[in-house]
Design a protein around this ligand. Structure first.
Ligand code: HEM
Length: 324
């Protein structure tokens, strides 16, 4: 283990240092652990998820299978010994090592989605994991890879992609699917469905047929576009006796999310105009006013910018016409 000790573990489950987990302390009490993983218990009887822990329970120890490989006990390999009730088990903070087939298509990575890209996974392993837990597997060590080696490792992982899976071709074609896709908006706000619950969105995945699709589906994590407009409001001041030409003011329309954001803008008053009223973010249309024909006073209008899958943004515009 990371602390140099020896422990029995459930086959295929390791602490790769994704989250912090202190493991069992000297007094036998569980130390702080962000995520117990396999160390958790389940059901009304709090049964351990781990096989090793399960067989260490007094009522099961008699059925405990012999442990074939204790690395410090090579003479015992030919004579496997049963699991002992007080033997150290490497369970808390361990997770099943997932298969890496088609791994390119299944971001985000790790049990908590902590790595968004394969490059982030490789950087994680290159720095020897994020937490040097007591149970950390000894194979998790800084790797000192060069940039070229990291890229080669990412390319290697991408070589595990089956193009039939990427394009959903037979035998990986599928019927029409409707998948629950969370709630629109974000952590801070959702739409109320009228009963105090969040409106749910559903993702429709059409049937593909055996030939699959021409363009691969985007990764489910691809963030939706998020419309952002600056400034939040615009004010023009014009002098009635010296109207001249008022300088325009630029709106900054940006996409703070992912994908493509195609916007269009509307307003209602004839004295207000935009240099262009639709486009693909980022865009900087110029807002202009033409006060000719207006009298002294304060005039208001609102520019409303809309984009598919985005909440509309409104920008109040005030035109203040004074005499001098
Ligand atoms: C440079 C070598 C390695 C690469 C490129 C690699 C790659 C990966 C990738 C891509 C994942 C994410 C899989 C997913 O989320 O579907 C993963 C997870 C995992 N790997 Fe590795 N791995 C490496 C070394 C190791 C070693 C040495 C161990 C065992 C000691 C290990 C144990 C695990 C475990 C337990 C997980 C799941 C972790 C979690 O979900 O929190 N890996 N690995």
């Amino acid at each position: 283990m990371g602390d140099g000790g020896i422990a029995v573990y459930d086959n295929g489950f390791y602490d790769a240092g994704v989250r912090s987990c202190a493991g069992l302390q000297a007094d036998g009490v569980q130390g702080p652990c962000d995520d117990l993983g396999l160390g958790a218990t389940i059901g009304p009887q709090n049964l351990p998820l781990s096989n090793s822990r399960f067989f260490q329970r007094p009522e099961n120890i008699a059925q405990a299978p012999p442990i074939a490989t204790r690395p410090d006990e090579s003479p015992l390999l030919a004579n496997p010994q049963p699991l002992q009730i007080d033997e150290r088990v490497n369970v808390d903070g361990t997770f099943k090592t997932p298969g890496l087939r088609n791994i390119e298509l299944t971001a985000p990575y790790f049990h908590n989605g902590g790595a968004l890209t394969l490059r982030q996974v490789v950087d994680f392993y290159n720095r020897g994991g994020d937490f040097h837990n007591q149970n950390l597997d000894p194979d998790i060590q800084p790797l000192n890879l060069t940039t070229t080696e990291k890229s080669a490792l990412v390319a290697f992982l991408k070589a595990f992609t089956d193009e039939r899976v990427r394009y959903e071709r037979a035998p990986f074609d599928h019927p029409e699917l409707f998948l629950s896709n969370g709630a629109p908006l974000d952590n801070n706000s959702v739409f109320n469905d009228g009963s105090g619950r969040a409106v749910q969105s559903t993702k429709h995945i059409p049937a593909v047929g055996r030939g699959g699709r021409q363009v691969a589906d985007s990764n489910f994590l691809d963030p939706p576009p998020i419309l952002a407009v600056q400034p939040g409001s615009i004010t023009f001041t014009a002098k009635l006796l010296n109207l001249g030409t008022l300088p325009g003011q630029a709106l900054q329309i940006t996409n703070q999310g992912g994908g493509t954001l195609s916007w269009s803008a509307t307003n209602s008053k004839p004295w207000l105009s935009l240099s262009f009223a639709s486009g693909t973010a980022p865009s900087s249309p110029v807002v202009s006013v033409n006060p000719v024909g207006l009298v002294v006073g304060i005039f208001t209008d609102t520019i409303t910018i809309t984009a598919p899958d985005c909440s509309p943004v409104t920008v109040p515009v005030t035109l203040n016409i004074t005499l001098f």
